[in-house]
Design a protein around this ligand. Structure first.
Ligand SMILES: [Zn+2]
Ligand SMILES: [Zn+2]
Length: 169
């Protein structure tokens, strides 16, 4: 119990320190105090969401647990949105050149891949596999590999009915 509590405090300190570093680096220390970071377990499709005008950052709670290796990079990504907005105005494009150069300056490769990494895990359940007969070209689709399926047409003709299984991309 004590261990996990102190771990959490340690993380909180580390997050605030990173926020200090980025604000100084990007020259937005004047709005540093107004930036609010909260962790939410309700974010399911992304690792972070930021409202630049409100200076509010909501981060996926999984970043404190099983996705902790992304925490620093996501922090930089999201604080970068606030910095770009306050330095260059509200017409700045969210992942445009201004934002990209800020993220690069902070030592990360600008990417929007992190935004969708959770959607990708979701898509995994939408995988489809085709089961096709190389002889008569009959094809069936399933959500998983059905290794016991055979081509009924060919089996009826006394052949082994072996099917080729491929993921549909
Ligand atoms: Zn973003
Ligand atoms: Zn067949």
């Amino acid at each position: 119990m004590h261990q996990s509590l102190s771990d959490q405090n340690h993380l909180e300190v580390a997050i605030q320190r990173e926020l200090d570093r980025l604000c100084k680096l990007w020259g937005i220390s004047n709005i540093r105090e107004g930036i609010e970071i909260e962790f939410s377990s309700r974010l399911t499709r992304s690792l972070g969401r930021t409202l630049p005008a409100k200076k509010t950052i909501r981060l996926n709670r999984q970043l404190l647990g099983n996705l902790i290796e992304y925490l620093e990079e996501v922090l930089c990504h999201e604080i970068g949105h606030i910095a770009a907005f306050h330095k260059y105005g509200d017409s700045v494009s969210p992942h445009g050149e201004e934002w990209r150069s800020l993220v690069r300056l902070a030592g990360f490769e600008p990417t929007t891949k992190l935004d969708v990494s959770l959607e990708k895990t979701e898509q995994r359940s939408k995988r489809r596999f085709s089961h096709s007969c190389p002889r008569c070209l009959t094809k069936r689709i399933a959500k998983v590999r059905m290794t016991r399926w055979l081509c009924s047409v060919c089996v009826e003709e006394g052949l082994d009915g072996h099917l080729l299984i491929e993921e549909v991309l």
